[in-house]
Design a binder for this molecule. Structure first.
Ligand code: DX5
Ligand code: ZN
Length: 220
């Protein structure tokens, strides 16, 4: 396990007219994961990409994919994306009646299961599932769009979640997604966050590598 913050640029803020260029740029800039936001226009009021677009991305990418489902009917989407062999698939707890069953299904595909929590959702709701999860994604914006304002209740949530993970002697990672930049990365690291997802901060910067490097801060 690396001793620094891992960085997952979110393709939502890439230039979709130059997607190959942008995927190559973040890989050459040594990102750790490639965060792919899948939105269905139902769970969130926005619509993004499916396997038709993510498959060619997976061929170009030299870093593992981190698929963030923001959809209704999670099982359908898991089956759709599993053949692309992402490292992670995360689904939202707010939209799943049978999370334990879906976690098992994701793991059967050889993919690391993760659960995402909206800003209002309680970590208690996933506490009993933690031993089955490789990662928890804490939203620090309301899902649906890039470039939104960071919601700072995630610091407390991450701190409490990390405490539970340590008490249970688990290795579940904490990922934070939404409004992440060099302004809040130190406090996120101090709150126990392992992986920073960042879209607009990285892709709107003058220098993608410098922006990624600025988030790769060391743990004490
Ligand atoms: C929002 C997405 C995020 C988004 C983050 O629903 O899950 O991954 O791309 O973008 P920024 O970093 O711009 O908030
Ligand atoms: Zn996301």
């Amino acid at each position: 396990m690396t001793n620094r913050m891992l960085v997952a640029p979110s393709l939502l803020s890439a230039d979709f007219g130059n997607l190959e260029r942008d995927v190559r740029a973040i890989c050459e800039a040594d990102c750790d994961l490639i965060h792919v936001d899948v939105m269905d226009g139902h769970f969130v009021p926005n619509l993004t990409i499916g396997p038709v677009v993510v498959e060619p991305i997976s061929r170009i990418a030299t870093r593992p994919l981190d698929i963030h489902l923001m959809v209704q009917n999670n099982t359908f989407f898991v089956e759709l994306f599993a053949p692309l062999k992402p490292k992670y698939i995360s689904f939202h707890i707010e939209e799943e009646k049978h999370p334990h069953r879906l976690i098992s299904k994701i793991r059967e595909y050889g993919i690391s299961p993760a659960i995402a929590l909206n800003p209002h959702s309680r970590i208690e709701d996933i506490e009993y599932l933690l031993p089955e999860l490789d990662m928890v994604l804490l939203m620090s914006v309301n899902p649906g769009f890039g470039g939104q304002k960071f919601i700072s209740n995630v610091y407390d949530k991450a701190t409490r979640l990390k405490k539970i993970i340590r008490e249970k002697k688990l290795s579940t990672l904490i990922e934070v997604d939404g409004g992440v930049s060099n302004k809040n990365i130190n406090e996120l690291l101090n709150s126990g966050v392992d992986i920073a997802v960042s879209g607009s901060y990285i892709f709107k910067s003058q220098n993608i590598k410098q922006a990624i490097d600025s988030l790769k801060i060391e743990k004490n």
